[in-house]
Design a protein around this ligand. Structure first.
Ligand code: FAD
Ligand code: SIN
Length: 543
């Protein structure tokens, strides 16, 4: 076992982690240095694949205002968005966009050098900034990675997975990591650990998320004593390309509908008017259920000007062409896929969790912005505002790694350093888990389907009896997937109503009494006693 000490450790190199690393290095007094850890290569993440864009409530966009953005976000959030969070994130949007420009991010502009804004579902005005046409995530991620590589004050561990947080006295004091190349473990002592580990899409058979989205941060935080909130809220995107190719399904951005594309059935007939007055631009959960209900669904983008289509969506055009689809004239086959996780590790606006010294940002966190249904392109905005905010918060203290290491932590470390433990490979049933989550904990759920999922999950758990040390990265991810799937099922059972993306066929109505009521799971409780801690956040300030 190797050992290291750092003032701050950031886990995850998506946009939240990269930007947090740069802002922390810029602003915080880091006596013992800063470490960024990623289980993949630097920048490989969900962030890289973000297409449509990032909300920018810019002062120079006279058609927009923070009030309008707050109102749209809260309306889409289905009664669960927290007003203070939405306001904070909206009001910081202009500042973070301008800060990203300083780091070399280039958003698309018109011939006069002004930002071009697109429209996405449930936004009342065009406010979505984009880059490289439909490659916003890649543009931001690449610019931030360049800065990280140039910055000698930021150490980076790639191909290194965080496997356990070290906690004693309700305080996080470090993390154990496993390098999949050298197969070595390392204990890193730190009094400030920031989880930026992203979402859970890989728990589902059909997803737009690449292979790393296995819910690791949620499982780590839960086992460390943090509170997880609204875990039943998985957002399914209505228009993933309905062609299987590898680990995930390619996304056909909502911005294509924002530019005028229509959803049609196999006979070419439009159908969204049957579901919502905003038709193709109705809130995402509504469009997803409509597409799920109609089954064989296509996107018709032929009504968009051909030159505009090629300029705005070069990647989508190219990807579809690889499958023999010319998007300027052919229908694009689309279907829903798991896309974004609205629940997560409960945090305040500085990213603090219930465990001292443990922070969470980005998709892994639940700040209360998205509520029951995230508004498109609010996620990248949340990533950068919260990364900015955690760095601001940390700036007040000089951060040092802990000096004294207590017994409780030593015993956790021993589980990994004991080389006499010889592990035999156990079968990892990721596909079975993904199938069961899609079938029973997907777009529509019921008590019956959720209990079936719980039973099946127990069977998979019995087949994978690892309590701590695993053999390789794949096993660690599977362990986290099993843990996170269980938490999603438990939360989905607790919410006996339909709201936003959580649609219960046995409770089809929204229960107005549950407005602003979050589900929360705390690890100190027995799993069976995960009773509804429907924490009433009916506080005027937050509502
Ligand atoms: P991620 O970008 O997912 O990064 C997580 C990082 O953590 C990765 O580097 C991963 O390797 C690392 N990691 C995870 N577990 C561990 C571990 N145990 N140890 C070490 N490292 C670990 N949102 C928008 O706002 N606008 C869009 O246009 C948009 N389009 C999207 C399109 C697609 C196809 C997808 C999949 C998502 C899209 N989203 C969009 C959502 C958005 O991209 C994500 O919510 C956001 O990028 C999440 O960023 P993050 O930094 O929190 O996590
Ligand atoms: C998209 O481009 O449709 C994805 C936008 C988002 O998920 O925010």
């Amino acid at each position: 076992m190797k050992y290291a000490r750092y003032s701050t450790v950031i886990i995850g190199s998506g946009i939240a982690g990269l930007y947090a690393a740069l802002k922390t290095e810029q602003q915080v007094n880091l006596a013992d240095g800063l470490l960024l850890i990623t289980k993949s290569k630097l920048g490989e993440s969900n962030s890289r694949y973000a297409q449509g864009g990032m909300v920018g409530v810019m002062k120079e966009n006279k058609k927009d205002s923070t009030q309008a953005h707050i109102s749209d976000t809260i309306k889409a959030g289905a009664g669960l968005s927290e007003f203070n969070t939405v306001k904070f994130i909206s009001e910081n949007s202009d500042a973070v966009v301008k800060d990203l420009l300083k780091f070399g991010v280039e958003f698309d502009r018109d011939e006069n050098g002004q930002f071009t804004y697109t429209l996405e579902a449930a936004h009342s005005v065009n406010r979505v900034l984009h880059a490289g046409g439909d490659a916003t995530g890649r543009a931001i991620e690449q610019a931030l990675c360049e800065q990280i590589k140039k910055n000698s004050n930021i150490d980076v561990y790639e191909k290194t997975i965080a496997v356990e947080l070290l906690v004693s006295n309700d305080t996080c004091k470090g993390v154990i990591v496993f390098n999949e190349v050298t197969e070595e473990y390392e204990t890193i002592y730190s009094s400030c650990i920031i989880l930026a580990t992203g979402g859970v899409g890989q728990l589902y058979k059909y997803t737009t998320n690449p292979s790393g989205a296995t819910g690791d941060g949620l499982a780590l935080a839960y086992n460390a004593g943090a509170v997880l909130q609204d875990m039943e809220f998985v957002q399914f995107h209505p228009t993933a390309l309905a062609i299987d190719s590898g680990e995930c399904r390619f996304l056909i951005s909502e911005a294509v509908r924002g530019e005028g594309a229509k959803l049609v059935d196999a006979d070419g007939k439009e159908f969204m008017h049957k579901y919502h007055p905003l038709k193709e631009l109705a809130p995402r959960d509504v469009v997803t259920r409509a597409n799920f209900n109609e089954r064989n669904v296509y996107l018709n983008a032929a009504c968009i000007n051909k030159t505009l289509l090629a300029k705005r969506f070069p990647n989508i055009s190219e990807k579809c062409a690889q499958h023999g689809i010319d998007i300027s004239k052919d229908f694009i086959p689309v279907a829903p896929a798991a896309h974004y996780f609205m629940g997560g590790i409960k945090t305040n606006l500085h990213g603090e969790t219930a465990v001292k010294g443990l922070f969470a940002i980005g998709e892994a966190a639940s700040t209360g912005l998205h509520g029951g249904n995230r508004l498109a392109s609010n996620s990248l905005l949340e990533c950068v505002v919260c990364a900015y905010s955690v760095a601001q918060y940390l700036k007040s203290d000089e951060l040092k790694a802990p000096k004294q290491i207590d017994e409780e932590i030593k015993s956790a470390i021993d589980k990994y350093s004991d080389e006499s433990v010889f592990l035999v490979e156990i079968e990892v049933n990721k596909d079975e888990l993904r199938e069961l989550m899609w079938e029973h904990v997907g777009i529509l759920r019921s008590e019956k389907s959720l209990l079936t999922a719980k039973e099946e999950l127990e069977r998979l758990r019995r087949g994978f009896p690892r309590s701590a040390k695993c053999l390789n990265r794949g096993e660690y991810e599977y362990k986290n997937m099993l843990e996170t799937a269980g938490l999603i099922i438990d939360s989905a059972l607790l919410r006996k109503e339909s709201r936003g993306a959580h649609c219960r066929t046995d409770y089809p109505q929204t229960n107005e009494e549950c407005i602003h009521s979050h589900t929360s799971l705390a690890p100190t409780w027995e799993r069976e006693q995960f009773c509804a801690s429907i924490a009433s956040a009916r506080n005027a300030g937050e509502g």
